[in-house]
Design a protein around this ligand. Structure first.
Ligand code: SF4
Length: 229
């Protein structure tokens, strides 16, 4: 089933060196250039407490773009997306689903790590980004989509899904459905792998992992269909 959803975004208040980020992002013609400009982004306050901008990564020929919420603690320190525990689980599940890692580009709706200190100890605890922060960061994601032209966009979790498909989108209700969107020929949403890691019981974690792999297999099937078409 396909659901028609209009493009969101626009109306941001994101500036870099006095120039509207949307304009900088819109006119840039390469991912390398885009990454360089985004490294200096201060369009919302999240850069202040983060180590660095964590931009998307993947081969330019990638057919699938995965969009998560934001970099985590490990990603913030390393400067690369999906290199922490959730990224490792994503890699394992991609292998299980038969998706070549070289066909995949990974990025986030928000490019800086938002966190708060743990009550005890030095741990940095993930904090959900606000709608205004997601909106401020949107020009970077739009530019990544424009330059990559992915055949499939996979929203991982509610933040990415609602950022790209609208605030009323429900991953619980619409998980795995093909969404009719101008963003890409195929747009689909599933859970974020970090939610699988939060499962308390091993059995529950296995079930959720299997369901996630099933979603990925569906995505792999979409690419096969397009290849044959
Ligand atoms: S989160 Fe996005 S909009 Fe905010 S400062 Fe970082 S790159 Fe810029």
């Amino acid at each position: 089933m396909r659901t028609r959803i209009s493009p969101s975004g626009g109306g941001t208040v994101a500036f870099i060196d006095g120039v509207h980020a949307t304009e900088r992002a819109k006119s840039e013609r390469s991912l390398t250039g885009l990454r360089k400009i985004a490294a200096g982004c201060q369009a919302c306050d999240l850069w202040k407490n983060a180590t660095q901008t964590v931009f998307g990564e993947g081969a330019p020929s990638s057919k699938i773009m995965f969009v998560g919420e934001q970099p985590g603690d490990k990603e913030d320190l390393a400067g690369h997306p999906f290199v922490g525990p959730a990224g490792k689980l994503l890699d394992e599940c991609l292998r299980e689903a038969g998706i070549d890692r070289d066909q995949v580009y990974v990025t986030n709706a928000v490019k800086h790590f938002k966190w708060e200190p743990a009550e005890r100890g030095k741990r940095r605890i993930h904090k959900k980004p606000r709608a205004s922060e997601i909106e401020a960061c949107r020009p970077w994601l739009d530019a990544e989509i424009r330059l990559m032209k992915p055949e499939v966009i996979v929203c991982l979790g509610a933040t990415a899904a609602q950022a790209l498909l609208g605030k009323t989108f429900s991953v619980t209700r619409q998980r795995g459905q093909l969404i009719d969107s101008p963003l890409a020929p195929n747009v689909i949403a599933t859970v974020h792998p970090s939610s699988i890691l939060r499962a308390r019981e091993e059995g529950e974690r296995r079930l959720e992992t299997d369901a996630f792999v099933a979603d990925l297999k569906k995505i792999a099937g979409l690419l096969q269909i397009r290849k044959r078409a």
